[in-house]
Ligand binder design. Structure first.
Ligand SMILES: *[C@@H]1O[C@H](CO)[C@@H](O)[C@H](O)[C@H]1NC(C)=O
Ligand SMILES: *[C@@H]1O[C@H](CO)[C@@H](O)[C@H](O)[C@H]1NC(C)=O
Ligand SMILES: *[C@@H]1O[C@H](CO)[C@@H](O)[C@H](O)[C@H]1NC(C)=O
Ligand SMILES: *[C@@H]1O[C@H](CO)[C@@H](O)[C@H](O)[C@H]1NC(C)=O
Ligand SMILES: *[C@@H]1O[C@H](CO)[C@@H](O)[C@H](O)[C@H]1NC(C)=O
Length: 594
């Protein structure tokens, strides 16, 4: 697949028309790789709970102007676990959550203390970048559980300079607690947290720029600056999630703005799987509240947009540095507001929660381009490594994304596509935010909402599928080409599902599902002969028996709050051509085959 010209995110019809004319993308002068020297710099901006599918980027002209228009938009970028701390740890380590075993926001299964006790404080991005000669800076939210009680036990490794947000005030927009380098915490009552992160980011940028050689103005040491504002996360205090708080100067913007009324917004019939399908329809009072919630999110993103504008302008004042800097904008996970009757939140495998913004500009990157093959957060560290010329680590679950024009051309021309899969997983209870968490049998039954699942997104040549296996062993399968809003579960024999035997993309459903249940494993490993590279290849009738009869299916024996391998079934696949399905010991775990 080729990148499409002129990202249509904001350009609308004009952009689509250009794309339709086959207009090729250009590498603008600022992106000229010839001008770049030495290792590149990175400015990595990560927001909190920002959706892609509800259109939030359309309200951020600075992100559009400075990054998307100058760079490439990855429209099918996914988080691999839809909740803050585990997603950030996967992003910073290049490993899926089942390999970090940081699967929750708090102990015993997650949070900063779990990150540290699993040893990741010695094995994550800033440590590796420092070893490669980088100055590394960070401001804003690191991860959940990084608090006034834990920030120095141990201090996070790998940073040249930091000014972090600390729990419990991380999500209190006008009363955030910050903590600089090895200093103690300070609470900044009355100041707006995104503005504090913006100002700190500019300080770090100045510091990085000042560390430059006298000869040529380029910084002596390359730099990485992580900037992690809280917008558009809910204002959260003592476990209560309320509407996000915009900066005072933005609080009256977008009067009347509502959640987009897509077919899956508060639908008449229940939809989704697991506990989601038991939710009652929301009444007008609740819908109005959710529209306001959505509007507050968009308002809170205005300060984030100003932060992006400030950073881009400061960089523009140092053109040589700008020419050698990658500017990246993304979010830790997605978000839903009202889809499938859900109260605001994340944690689900629906597209709204997992498909996240990812835009990047920098040397060698096409301007105004769009990339539509799947990529994920575990790909980010491998991508930065490749751009910085650092050897990849075998333990990475991700692979470098084709961010440069050169890499995209390679991916497009005959060579084997990087991947058509994204594996998404979750452990624990579903979390519902705002004043109206919802009503329904699962909710009134309360002992927590069993939200442990493994899901697969599969996007390739002519197909677009989402497949989820819940810890209750309920299955969901959606054909997103026919059903982009995931309203019609075509997994047969599920309660309320479409039991028709109609083929999907011309393939018999049972045969497709047999592949889906195992294709979390890259095809190359299931078919060591090297003749299968995609779902389409694997659907060859010659492999029917191998998939339908010989492959174990993903299953669970119980719903658990963390990754307890003994409750998760079918951990080892059969390998084609190997009668015993062998080579894999019985101890092999899920992690060995994803
Ligand atoms: C700000 O946070 C501090 C520390 O949690 C707390 O003691 C103080 O009462 C808060 N101030 C306001 C105005 O909320
Ligand atoms: C609407 O639903 C909410 C949440 O269930 C409930 O508290 C409220 O009383 C309902 N309002 C009306 C007018 O029925
Ligand atoms: C499909 O079959 C299942 C199990 O037999 C049943 O519960 C479900 O209601 C059926 N779906 C429809 C739409 O009839
Ligand atoms: C949640 O999972 C537990 C353990 O598997 C089970 O006992 C319980 O019935 C489940 N609850 C629901 C609502 O499915
Ligand atoms: C993950 O961590 C939990 C909590 O410490 C532990 O009980 C569990 O065994 C770990 N899982 C794996 C697969 O190591």
């Amino acid at each position: 697949m080729k990148p499409v010209g002129a990202a249509p995110v904001l350009l609308g019809l004009a952009g689509l028309a250009l794309a339709a004319q086959g207009q090729t993308t250009t590498t603008g002068p600022a992106n000229d790789p010839a001008k770049a020297k030495g290792k590149p710099n990175f400015i990595f901006i990560i927001t909190d709970d920002q959706d892609l599918r509800l259109g939030s980027l359309e309200y951020q002209p600075a992100v559009q102007k400075h990054i998307a228009d100058q760079g490439t938009t990855f429209s099918k970028h996914y988080c691999t676990i839809s909740i803050c701390c585990p997603s950030r740890v996967s992003l910073l380590t290049g490993r899926a959550a089942h390999n970090t075993n940081v699967t929750d926001v708090s102990m015993p299964y997650g949070g900063y203390p779990k990150f540290a006790s699993e040893g990741w404080n010695d094995k994550y991005l800033p440590v590796w970048l420092q070893e490669a000669g980088y100055n590394t800076y960070y401001t804003g939210k690191l991860m959940n559980g990084f608090s006034t009680a834990t920030y120095n036990n141990p201090f996070p490794n790998g940073w040249t300079g930091t000014d972090f947000f600390l729990d419990p005030n991380t999500y209190v927009y006008y009363n955030v607690t910050m903590q600089r380098s090895k200093e103690g915490p300070r609470t900044l009552t009355g100041q707006y947290s995104t503005d504090l992160a913006a100002s700190k980011a500019l300080d770090f940028l100045d510091e990085a720029l000042a560390d430059s050689s006298s000869e040529d103005d380029a910084p002596q040491k390359p730099f990485f600056i992580g900037v992690a504002p809280i917008g558009p996360h809910s204002e959260t205090w003592q476990g209560k999630f309320s509407t996000p708080v915009p900066a005072d100067r933005h609080k009256d913007l977008f009067p009347g703005l509502k959640v987009p009324r897509t077919p899956n917004f508060n639908p008449e019939e229940p939809s989704g799987g697991g506990w989601i399908k038991t939710l009652d329809r929301q009444n007008q009072t609740v819908v109005d509240y959710h529209d306001d919630f959505y509007r507050r999110r968009i308002q809170s993103l205005q300060a984030v947009d100003e932060l992006v504008d400030g950073i881009a302008r400061r960089l523009e004042s140092a053109p040589d540095v700008l020419a050698n800097t990658y500017l990246i904008y993304t979010s830790d996970n997605g978000f839903h507001v009202g889809q499938h009757r859900l109260a605001p939140g994340k944690t689900c495998s629906i597209e709204e929660d997992i498909n996240v913004p990812f835009v990047i500009r920098g040397p060698g990157i096409s301007a105004g381009a769009k990339w539509e093959l799947p990529t994920s957060h575990t790909d980010i560290v491998p991508t930065l490594f490749e751009l910085a010329g650092i050897p990849l680590q075998e333990e990475f679950d991700g692979v470098p994304m084709p961010v440069t024009e050169a890499a995209q051309q390679q991916s497009g021309e005959g060579s084997i596509p990087k991947s058509e899969h994204v594996n998404v997983e979750f452990w624990g209870d579903g979390i519902l935010e705002g004043d109206y968490p919802g009503t329904g049998s699962a909710i009134s039954g309360i002992s927590g909402l069993n939200d442990t699942y493994k899901a697969l997104r599969l996007l390739g040549d002519g197909y677009d599928l989402s497949y989820t296996v819940w810890c209750t062993n309920e299955h969901e399968l959606y054909d997103l080409k026919a059903d982009p809003w995931q309203m019609n579960n075509i997994y047969p024999s599920a309660a309320g599902s479409d039991n028709s035997t109609a083929p999907v993309y011309g393939w018999a459903k049972d045969k497709l599902i047999a592949r889906g249940a195992v294709c979390r494993r890259p095809w190359e490993a299931l078919h060591p002969a090297g003749d299968v590279h995609s779902l389409r290849d694997a659907m060859a009738p010659a492999f029917d028996d191998f998939y339908v009869r010989q492959q174990p299916r993903v299953s669970f024996s119980e719903c658990k709050l963390g990754y307890l391998a003994e409750f998760e079934g079918a951990m080892q696949p059969s390998i084609f051509g190997d009668a015993a399905g062998g080579g894999y010991s019985m101890e092999a775990r899920w992690e060995d085959w994803t």
